[in-house]
Design a protein around this ligand. Structure first.
Ligand code: 13P
Length: 248
């Protein structure tokens, strides 16, 4: 048996506005206390508001991306140092939407994870295969390749990251990996981490992809699934809270 606390992270993606965010955070806060750890990753312009709203609440917040660079002429980028100034706890890196739509390579993702860690921000490193890759039997090879770049770049610090397995075909599609499919990949990732770090057994591996209140408990009851990275269902307080509670 493991003693890893569960962690539920909401990824708001490019959704929200002042009023909707305030309602959502209020709804989450009103439902405390939670047994599981919870965090929300909000769009950059709203980070400081979220930081104020969530101060001392026990609910953490994070960014959805971070620059691999420390500072400089990188128009549009946000550095880990800037996020750190606001008390940022997490940064998602390598989300499949960024890999696919913004051409992020495995090495760039690894460099972003390193930049985050250097400022005390826990990177939530996303890995996952497309449907074509799964159908071709390449799932294991793809996620191992993605994680391998991070393992090599972070070296002995690898134990400090959170990994999120998000099969691309399950994101926003309503099509969830079965608990068995997800567990099988999580076990592969845990074994890969164990070969690199003595801390692998205490690392959190989240599942993401159409996690909803009605499938969350079964997914998170798998031995190597330590929580969830939630997209659509994280935009409704009642659903997000139900998922946090399902983790307990
Ligand atoms: P959905 O929960 O909307 O499928 O999104 C998952 C995701 O991409 C979280 O990062």
């Amino acid at each position: 048996m493991t003693t890893r606390d569960k962690l539920i992270v909401g990824n708001w993606k490019m959704h929200g506005n002042h009023a909707a965010n305030a309602d959502l955070l209020q709804g989450i806060l009103a439902a405390r206390p939670f047994v599981a750890q919870a965090a929300v990753c909000v769009p950059f312009p709203y980070l400081s508001e979220a930081a104020v709203a969530l101060a001392n609440s026990g609910v953490n917040w994070g960014a959805q991306d971070v620059s691999a660079h420390e500072q400089g002429a990188y128009t549009g980028e946000v550095s880990a140092a800037m996020l750190h100034e606001f008390g940022c706890r997490y940064a998602i890196v390598g989300h499949s939407e960024r890999r696919a739509l913004h051409g992020e390579s495995d090495q760039l993702v690894a460099d972003k994870a390193k930049a985050a860690l250097a400022r005390g921000i826990t990177p939530i490193v996303c890995v996952g295969e497309t449907l074509a890759q799964r159908d071709a039997g390449e799932t294991e090879a793809v996620v191992k390749r993605q994680l391998s770049a991070v393992i090599h770049t972070l070296a002995h610090c690898i134990g400090e990251i959170v990994v999120a397995y998000e099969p691309v075909w399950a994101i926003g599609t309503g099509r969830t990996a079965t608990p068995e499919q997800a567990q099988a990949v999580h076990a592969v990732l845990r074994a890969q981490l164990a070969a690199a770090s003595a801390h692998a057994s205490s690392m959190k591996l989240l599942y993401g992809g159409s996690v909803k209140p009605d499938n969350a408990a079964t997914l998170m009851s798998q031995p190597d699934i330590d929580g969830a990275l939630v997209g659509g269902a994280a935009l409704k307080a009642a659903d997000f809270v139900a998922i946090i509670r399902a983790a307990a």
